[in-house]
Design a protein around this ligand. Structure first.
Ligand SMILES: [Zn+2]
Ligand SMILES: [Zn+2]
Length: 464
């Protein structure tokens, strides 16, 4: 299979994304994956012994060993099974086959050891009922919000891939009941029973991961009415908790997510090893089990071609910058997701503060570049044309809307035009293809979708 970006090299990295309102796979070669900010995913990773195992085994002579193949006592897999499936069957596999798995893990993560989070937990911020992307903040000219995703598995149980849909569903419900009061008022959904566009719309606005939008049968979803907290159960791992807050505050989002994780852990101990940290299904997700991210709008750095150089500097320091939303191949509305991908060797507090200081530097650069840029007639022309398009268009595709909103967001942030930034954020995130279908309550033909989008944008930004 060829890479969908360069169309020349073999694709070894496979991403699940939302394309045109539907869950789909994107295939990339390792070079393009790195250039686009997905180099950290190790998706192209294969156990080095996979080639050997793929060959028919030449009847190994186990007689001398008393014919005993070592098997994990929880999931029953042997090491050969793990190699064949290219994934462990349960957290315990990491313990049973540690001597064989550790060299691979070291190759991925380096020699670093897991650093547990300091005991002093940050306070959980009070909810104000506002959606994360609609919150005004002092960093709001550039930052839309901060999203933290925690991944964990219950110890002593096989990973979801080795459970039946019914078992996955039952486990998901047990985890939710362990959360008890903390998830009171949450909307609970069985993704398999929702329309695909409804699930895709949740990913378009950052509530669930794009991967979860094509989750396995039997997975389960619960989210708070303000969409700040979301629990994804029994897709690839037993539990993924996502917390989102407005502004540059990944530590607040972490506190919210960690509070739920602690509640699960109190009822059903999670698998954590002193060496490797959270024992998750993908060896790439070991360690803190935490991926903190900040969603930023970088119109000027993006349009002046500065992102690739920044991305390569940041990549060396464990921070990635990748397009937010869409196929992930193209930037939509100049929105980026900046995330910290180092999960072994530094504790969560350090990871969060590293990410924050990188984002502050990005902000400073974008702000300085933008101040100069909008003084030019060309930029002012683009901004006022965008206003005309959005106020007059009868049809708007998602891409055109995103591009025009990006211009007026730049204009509004730099005092060139008067629009409310949180309102622009909301339009950008909720009027993507699946989002419009969800508002309509059905899968609309393209033209009707573009018509509805144009009408909502007009009514919202230019009320009569
Ligand atoms: Zn490529
Ligand atoms: Zn196992």
């Amino acid at each position: 299979m060829l890479c969908q970006n360069c169309h020349t090299k073999d694709a070894g990295v496979h991403l699940r994304r939302i394309i045109n309102g539907e869950a789909a796979e994107v295939h990339l070669c390792a070079d393009c994956a790195r250039a686009l900010g997905y180099g950290n995913l190790f998706s192209g990773f294969a156990f080095p012994f996979a080639a050997r195992a793929a060959q028919p085994l030449a009847g190994p002579d186990f007689s001398a060993l008393g014919n005993r193949v070592v098997r994990c006592e929880v999931c029953g897999l042997s090491f050969e099974d793990i190699v064949r499936a290219s994934r462990p069957g349960c957290p315990n596999c990491y313990r049973v086959f540690g001597d064989k798995l550790n060299p691979v893990i070291r190759k991925m993560h380096g020699r670093a050891k897991y650093q547990p989070a300091p005991k002093t937990a940050a306070p959980v911020p009070p909810a104000d009922g506002e959606k994360w992307y609609k919150t005004a903040s002092e960093h709001g000219d550039i930052v839309l919000g901060s999203i933290v995703t925690l991944t964990a598995n219950v110890d002593g149980l096989p990973f979801p891939a080795r459970l039946t849909p019914v078992q996955r569903n039952t486990l998901g419900r047990r985890i939710l009941s362990a959360l008890g009061e903390k998830t009171a008022g949450f909307t609970m959904a069985d993704p398999a029973r929702l329309y695909p566009y409804e699930v895709a719309a949740l990913a378009e606005r950052g509530l669930i991961t794009p991967e979860f939008a094509s989750s396995a049968d039997g997975s389960l979803l619960a989210f708070s009415p303000d969409e700040r907290l979301c629990v994804m159960l029994c897709d690839e791992d037993h539990i993924k908790i996502r917390a989102a807050v407005g502004g540059l505050a990944p530590e607040k989002a972490f506190a919210m997510a960690a509070d739920l994780r602690a509640a699960v852990n109190a009822a059903m101990p999670l698998a954590v090893s002193p060496e490797l940290g959270y024992l998750n299904q993908s060896p790439a997700d070991l360690g803190t089990g935490c991926v903190p991210a900040v969603i930023v709008h970088l119109p000027v750095l993006s349009r002046t071609g500065k992102i690739p150089a920044l991305s390569s500097i940041m990549g060396k320091l464990g921070v990635t910058i990748a397009p937010f939303g869409g196929s992930g191949l193209n930037v939509v509305g100049d929105l980026y997701r900046v995330s910290n991908t180092v999960a072994l060797g530094l504790d969560v507090t350090e990871a969060l503060s590293n990410l924050k200081s990188f984002c502050l530097q990005l902000e400073t650069r974008e702000r300085a570049a933008a101040e100069a840029y909008v003084r030019g007639l060309a930029a002012q022309d683009r901004i006022s044309r965008a206003v005309s398009v959005l106020s007059g268009a009868k049809l708007l595709t998602a891409n055109e809307m995103s591009e025009m909103l990006s211009w007026i967001r730049l204009g509004a942030a730099r005092g060139q035009c008067e629009f409310n930034l949180p309102t622009i954020n909301e339009l950008m995130l909720t009027l993507q293809p699946a989002g419009v279908n969800t508002l309509a309550g059905q899968k609309l033909p393209h033209e009707q979708r573009d018509e509805m989008r144009a009408a909502i944008v007009r009514k919202t930004l230019f009320p009569a």
